[in-house]
Design a protein around this ligand. Structure first.
Ligand code: NIG
Ligand code: FE
Length: 428
């Protein structure tokens, strides 16, 4: 990995700082406040942001004047600069795309029908179990690099296609090894409770015991993950099983998050005592639960890439969430079954066109609120002195273009923890 050199990004016509006067995740009208500075500069030292302000003030700074030879200056005239994206929901530890499922859906089968017939998540298990750890490290590394090329600097990465003690630990170790060699930041999540694997079919209780009594304790002991996730839905795990798994996670000092309401509605009240960081998907949610979320800090993480790729007509009710005061985040849900994209700008485009979020709301959801959902908002998600030097530079004149152009990558430079993590060469 490189080193964090002193960096000065300057002459930035639009710098989206996302700084906020309020503590806590963004909700309601605050989601639209990007705190934009014009003709701005950002100075980064030792991997941290030290100042954010006007270009002329940065150039007058005595420290900058004295050390100008060792500072790498990056002229961002004609660029938009914003905090690196926080992709708070990804499944990068898989071996192969699921092309049979893809074609079956084209001819009319649903995600649930394919899963019931033995496709879906279960069809990704065998290859991950067979894969060597170096192979999986390589897969995760390639994903992280491609994410960085699209402006992402912090990634939540889940296990969940091994579904045995050994292969879940192997998956988390692959995430750890890839993360150590990548300049960006990774938050790991154990998703041992993705589905019941074939050898436990009809014995889900036994499998939940394996998750609670072996996977979670080993994950905590080896510090392999910060979060435990559960796919709580029909065909996966019940609400009662999810509560058991959340209780085991909490007992072992791990935080909780869950795939919730993707295929069917589950009432959320029983889980709130675990203070989950996030409920993800949220296509189906009861009105009283929307009110309960508005009163707390659990983030609703929306992943419209999954709706798009499954060819669904309906999308999560983002407007209803935002208008009710629920904090929403936006993530890619990068995975081989429902969302084979690692582009946050693509998720932003879908958020605008299909969930009627504004470009400003989509940016806040994919930066500062993603950081809240991973409990790293003290370091990530906005450009403020003291925070990590995570920045994305886009070749656009107006921030709204980031969500407007789709199917092309306008990100030209990405800096993570003060290091260049992706460079298209267009800035030179
Ligand atoms: O977020 N819903 C559960 N997990 C993934 C899908 C995983 C897969 O189909 O491989 C999701 O959509
Ligand atoms: Fe997912």
């Amino acid at each position: 990995m490189g080193t964090a050199l002193p960096l000065l990004l300057l002459n930035i016509p639009q710098l989206l700082t996302l700084r906020s006067a309020h503590a806590g995740p963004r909700r309601g009208r605050d989601l639209s406040d990007l705190a934009i500075l014009e003709d701005a500069a950002v100075l980064c030292l030792g991997g941290k942001i030290v100042s954010v302000g006007a270009t002329k003030d940065a150039l007058r700074d005595p420290w900058v004047k004295q050390n100008r030879k060792q500072i790498a200056k990056i002229d961002c005239s004609r660029m938009v600069v914003l905090p690196g994206f926080v992709d708070s929901h990804t499944h990068p530890v898989f071996a192969a795309p699921r092309l049979v499922d893809f074609e079956k859906r084209i001819t009319g089968a649903t995600y649930e029908e394919i899963a019931e017939a033995g496709g879906g998540i279960r069809s990704s298990i065998a290859a991950v179990r067979k894969a060597t750890k170096p192979f999986l490290v390589q897969r995760v590394t390639e994903a992280l690099e491609a994410m960085a090329a699209h402006g992402t600097t912090t990634v939540e990465a889940k296990s969940g296609y091994g579904l045995s003690l050994e292969s879940e630990m192997k998956s988390l170790q692959a995430i750890r090894a890839a993360a150590r060699a990548w300049p960006g930041s990774v938050v790991a999540t154990l998703l041992g409770a993705h589905v019941v694997p074939p050898e436990y079919q009809g014995r889900s209780r036994k499998y939940v015991e394996l998750v609670c009594n072996e996977m979670i304790p080993q994950t905590a002991k080896k510090k392999l993950a910060q979060f435990v996730d559960v796919f709580c839905d029909q065909g996966a795990f019940t609400a009662a099983e999810t509560e058991r798994i959340f209780a085991a996670a909490t007992a072992h000092g791990l935080n909780t998050r869950a795939h919730m309401g993707q295929l069917s509605e589950t009432r959320l009240a029983p889980f709130l005592r675990f203070d989950p960081a996030s409920f993800d998907h949220m296509d189906h949610v009861a009105n009283p639960d929307i009110r309960a979320l508005a009163a707390g800090n659990t983030v609703a993480t929306l992943v419209p890439g999954a709706n798009y790729f499954l060819g669904l007509k309906e999308y999560p009710p983002a407007r209803k969430f935002i208008d009710a005061g629920v904090p929403v985040a936006l993530a890619s849900d990068y995975n081989p079954g429902t969302s084979p994209t690692l582009s946050i700008p693509m998720a932003m485009s879908l958020a605008c066109t299909h969930m009627k979020m504004t470009p400003a709301e989509a940016i806040a959801a994919a930066t500062i609120n993603g950081a809240w959902s991973l409990r790293v908002a003290d370091r990530k998600g906005s450009l403020e002195p003291g925070k990590d030097a995570d920045l994305a530079v886009f070749d656009v004149r107006d921030y709204r273009e980031i969500a407007y152009w789709f199917g092309v990558n306008r990100c030209v430079l990405t800096i993570a923890n003060g290091m260049v993590v992706a460079d298209s060469g267009q800035m030179r």
